[in-house]
Every structure is written in C-alpha cells, then in structure tokens.
Ligand binder design. Structure first.
Ligand code: HAM
Length: 421
C-alpha cells in the first residue's frame, strides 16, 4: 500500500474545515483591504527561483526541479513571491498591485515538527510602490489576520536590511568581522562566513549564536533614506497598535530583502519551528527577474504552523462541516434522493445515506453526521404524504410535516434554532 511521500501530509475533514476557515478569514481581511486573489502555475522556469539568490538555501539545496518532456528545466515553487513578481513583470498591471495567494510550497528539507517538504502558505504582495506606509499596511493586516483567527500569543520581530547598497556594505563588513572569528563558529557555519555572511547571522547553532551576539549590526550603518523609511514603518505600527521588537539580527532566509524584514513567532509553539509567517520588502526583485524596476513588499504565512499554534491556544475550534439536515429513506431511495436535492436547491445543507440500508443503520449515519435534524421517509410517510422530523440534538420526540410544505417548515425550524437565546 502506498503512503504519502516523506514530509507531506493529507489534509482530511474535519481538519480541512479549519483550514478552510483560516483561508476564509485571510480572504476576508485582505479582500476588505483591496487585495485580489492571484493564482499562478505551481511550476516555473527554474531561472525564476535561481534569481532569488544563491545565498538562499531554499534555492541552493532544497529545490524540487526537473526536466519536462520538452527538456525545459522547471522547478516546483519553493515560495510564493518570485512567481507573483514574474506575473507582475509579464502582465504590467496598474500599481500598486495588491494581491493575495494560497499556495503549496515545495522544499526538500529534513522533515520535523512543523517543517514539511510540501507546506502551504497564505500570503500577500503589494508591488509598485516604495512607500513605507505599504510596509505598515501589509504588516498590520497580517497582524489583524492572526487576531481574527483568535491567536493572541504572538510576537513580531522587525528589522531593516537598508537599501541594496546598505545591505551589500553590511555583508562585506560582517564578512570581514566573521573572518577574524571563523575558528570560533560552529563547523557547519564556517563555509558561509566569507561568501554568505548573512546566513551565519541566521544560524540556530549555539556556538555560532554566541559569537554573532557581538557582531556589527546592520541598523547601525543605514543610509539616511533607509533610516527614514525604517522610522516611518515603526511610527505606523505604533499608531496602529501593532506591538513589535526590533531585532538587528533578523535577516531571514531569502536573499531578496531590502528595508523592512519581519517575522511573527507563536509563543504557544515550543518547537524551533515557531515562525508562523515572515516577510519583507524586495525592491530589486522585479528587475532581477528581467522586468522594469518595481519595488514591492509582502509576506507568507505557513498554514500548518498557524494551525499548530491555534491548537495550542485553543483557537479556531469550530467545525463548519456538519450539514443541517440528514435524510433517511427506507422506501427504496427515490424519495430520499429527491428530498435531499430539494433541500439543497433551497439553500439548506443536506446529506443522506446510500446503499438502501436499514432504518437503524441509516440513523446511525445520521447521528454520526452531526446534522441537527433528520427527515425520515418510510412506507407510512409515503402513503400519507408526510415526512417525519426528528431533532437529533435534543432527542425530543418527532413531528409529522406535510411533504408539500417540508422545505418551508424545515427552513423556519432552522432559523428559529440559530437565533441567539
Ligand atoms: P519564508 O519565511 O521562507 O518566506 O516562509 C514563510 C512562512 O512559511 C514561514 O514563516 C513558515 O510559517 C512557513 N514555512 C516555511 N517553510 C516551511 C516548511 N518547510 N514547513 C512548514 N512551514 C514552512 C517566504 O516564503 C517568503 N516568500 C515570504 C515573503 C513574501 N516575503 C515577501 N513576500
């Protein structure tokens, strides 16, 4: 028997109900702020991702790439930003172009708690404006999204990578500093010290962390424009009541960031994989993908990790999956088939049993379905033109409804029950 590939998971009901609820909240928060859904291919020319920078582990080591039958070198998307920027370059929409997405991402990582080879992100990108207020908008909306899910134990770390020139100058300064201390670093981080010094800052290895605690900080060397941008972002977050902490060591794993970078971590998650979303500004990315200059800012948030955090906080517990009405028919199936569709076509959620099973067996399925009401059709009902209604939740007695009026009666009953006391 086959199993799902290593590092992947099946998302089945009822877990998928929570998944859908999460995406619904995301679509709502971003839809109300003028962001539209973008759907682009799951695979791209590998060049789209190679431009993310060879200092990026995701690109260097973790890509799912392949040659198709036409010998094109393609890759499954490891992240959502490069495809959106590629689409922006291709279609030249009016700016600022504000979009959101829901996407699987593929990374050949070593699976562990909260880390998968196929994970899923909801994310948003705003392209075509360098206004720091757009950084603020995106961060505050991400914050409001988590809040709307009912998560409260989150912390936000914020940093600035400065302008592309600042970033480059800092990388050189850091490489020189690390060069003096390369012997003190964890073995695994030494190779990066000269060519990818920012990756060393990002290391989670204790020996390295102890060394880089004293490293020069990027925020000390920001150009005036970059410092002003960073200040405007902070003032905006302060005004909107979004709490954050400045962390000059937050460089994040992708190479395209300039100016703002940030990460939300879940306090309720004890594992090392506690980042529930991160993002930043990427002002040079459109150009490096062959387009005209177009600054942009956005974030991605991992659905699996958000749901783990929600579990730990007891949030997002509702299951929307149960239908309102379950139809039980022991007269051969025609009455059940017709009544179920009549209910559905009048907007009432309904399900039924199959395989012409006994009354007892069908009632068991009805109970398990979580439906509020059962409608029963037996030979007596069919003969006298009625349907028997049973309340599955209260277990109270049953009543006979005229078949001709059943839709109205059920709709009234459901409306009455869903009114608050
Ligand atoms: P990222 O930090 O690589 O950024 O991923 C964003 C989020 O996806 C992480 O914070 C985490 O919640 C989740 N995630 C990442 N890798 C895994 C994994 N292997 N298993 C489970 N969850 C994972 C990006 O991908 C950027 N594209 C974000 C961005 C958008 N920056 C600007 N715009």
């Amino acid at each position: 028997m086959f199993q799902a590939p290593k590092g992947t998971r099946d998302i089945l009901p009822p877990e998928s109900d929570r998944w859908q609820a999460l995406v619904g909240v995301f679509a709502d928060v971003f839809g109300r702020a003028g962001y539209g859904l973008v759907q682009s291919p799951m695979f791209e020319d590998i060049g789209v991702f190679q431009r993310l920078g060879e200092g990026t582990e995701v690109v260097r080591k973790e890509m799912y790439d392949f040659f198709d039958k036409g010998d094109r070198h393609l890759a499954l998307r490891p992240e959502g930003t490069a495809p959106v920027v590629r689409a922006f370059n291709q279609h030249r929409p009016t700016v600022p172009w504000k979009v959101w997405y829901l996407t699987p991402c593929f990374r050949y990582e070593e699976p562990q708690a909260g880390r998968f080879r196929q994970h899923h992100q909801v994310g948003a990108e705003a392209i075509g404006s360098a206004d720091p207020d757009l950084d603020v908008e995106v961060i505050a909306l991400q914050h409001d999204f988590y809040r709307a899910l009912g998560l409260s134990r989150l912390s936000l770390r914020l940093n600035s990578m400065g302008s592309p020139g600042d970033r480059q100058a800092y990388a050189e300064r850091l490489a020189a500093w690390l060069g003096q201390r390369v012997g003190e670093l964890d073995d695994a981080d030494r190779a990066n010290a000269a060519d990818h010094p920012l990756r060393v800052l990002d290391s989670k290895r204790e020996r390295t962390m102890a060394v880089v605690a004293d490293a020069p900080q990027i925020t000390d060397g920001l150009s005036d424009d970059a410092a002003a941008h960073f200040e405007r972002v902070q003032a905006g977050l302060d005004a909107l009541g979004v709490a954050y902490e400045i962390d000059p060591r937050l460089v994040r794993g992708l190479d395209y960031y300039t100016h703002s970078t940030w990460e939300f971590a879940a306090g309720a998650l004890t594992s090392a994989q506690n980042a529930v979303g991160g993002g930043g500004r990427y002002d040079g990315l459109a150009e490096s993908l062959g387009g005209k200059p177009a600054p942009g800012v956005g974030f991605g948030a991992g659905i699996e990790r958000i749901l783990l955090a929600a579990d730990a906080e007891d949030a997002l517990t509702e299951t929307a999956g149960a239908v309102d009405v379950f139809v039980v028919d022991v007269t051969g199936g025609n009455a059940g088939r017709d009544l179920t569709f009549e209910l559905r076509r009048h907007g009432i959620s309904a399900d039924r049993a199959f395989d012409a099973r006994s009354m007892k067996a069908q009632m068991k399925v009805a109970d398990r379905s979580g439906a509020r009401l059962a409608l029963l059709v037996g030979d007596d009902e069919l003969e006298s033109g009625i349907v028997t209604l049973r309340d599955l939740r209260s277990g109270e007695g049953q009543s006979a409804l005229p078949r001709a009026n059943v839709i109205n009666d059920v709709a009234k009953r459901l409306a009455k029950e869903s009114k608050p006391e």
